[in-house]
Design a protein around this ligand. Structure first.
Ligand code: MN
Ligand code: MN
Ligand code: MN
Length: 272
């Protein structure tokens, strides 16, 4: 079997279901060679993940996935090889964290108008990670909805009664913070949603690469993004975007296996 890498995964430090150690164990069982944790807007799980990766002999890149705004699109910017002690990066992440808390409070207020109460301090999430997923799990645990997905469909998605938009960085702010910390910046999952249309104007920004591999990309998508990256002199990245058993799903890890050579090229560019 070809050696492979997964450079897009989540832990319970953001909206993933599992601790970094559990994710590392899953990666080891699947025979992964290089791994990155890219939690949403937080670097809190990286030290633990790195240690777990090393204990399994898996190479590890410190990552983050920043939610950013570009024109009218939500763009996720993945940073790889970041230094989480960088003050500029942490300043941005702290601003987004405060926004998460405020957003959760507004969602909870809307839910209470519908007779449902959610105790934000007992969701098992710190403010850096607090998101709709935790609120959805609480509604499910309380028996308000039959599944976590139903909580999104009935209450939490755009157009539903408890939807509140997320506080986002601008794309340029995300890129600047990632670059200040010594990392490389990638357009996350460009095949999802409205992003494909925005991609030509997006890659004019100082991105270092794009995610060609993703569990929601068809083989055709992946091929197209690889071609585009090569034409534009961009690095190629990607991964499963595995959230563990979140949303009651089977973990996505292993369903998409990026050839290790692409990850090696990223590591070489990072000088690691
Ligand atoms: Mn997520
Ligand atoms: Mn994403
Ligand atoms: Mn993700």
């Amino acid at each position: 079997m070809r050696p492979w890498a997964d450079l897009h995964t989540h832990t319970h430090y953001s909206d993933g279901a599992d601790a970094p150690e559990e994710v590392a164990e899953r990666a080891a069982k699947l025979g992964m060679s290089m791994w990155a944790v890219t939690d949403h807007d937080t670097t809190a799980g990286l030290a633990q993940a790195r240690e777990a990766a090393l204990s399994h002999g898996i190479r590890f890149l410190d990552g983050v996935e920043i939610s950013a705004q570009f024109e009218r699109h939500e763009v996720h910017v993945v940073g790889l090889g970041i230094d989480s002690s960088c003050p500029e990066l942490q300043a941005l992440l702290t601003r987004l964290e405060t926004g998460r808390r405020t957003r959760a409070e507004r969602i909870a207020a809307k839910l209470s108008k519908h007779g449902h109460s959610v105790d934000l301090d007992n969701l098992g999430a710190n403010d850096a990670a607090l998101g709709r997923m935790h609120i959805a799990r609480s509604l499910h645990a309380q028996g308000v909805v039959k599944s976590v997905q139903e909580a999104f469909d009935r209450f939490l998605n755009p157009g539903r009664p408890a939807y509140v938009p997320k506080e986002r960085a601008t794309c340029m702010e995300a890129l600047a913070a990632i670059h200040a910390s010594g990392g490389l910046a990638f357009v996350a999952h460009p095949g999802i949603g409205s992003l494909r249309k925005a991609l030509p104007s997006l890659i004019v920004l100082p991105f270092d690469g794009i995610e060609a591999y993703h569990s929601k990309h068809s083989p055709g998508h992946t091929e197209g993004f690889i071609t585009l990256a090569k034409e534009q002199g961009l690095l190629i990245s990607g991964g499963s975007d595995c959230h563990g058993r979140a949303k009651g799903q089977r973990p996505d890890m292993g369903t998409v296996r990026m050839p290790l050579a692409y990850a090696e090229a990223i590591a070489a560019e990072l000088g690691s």
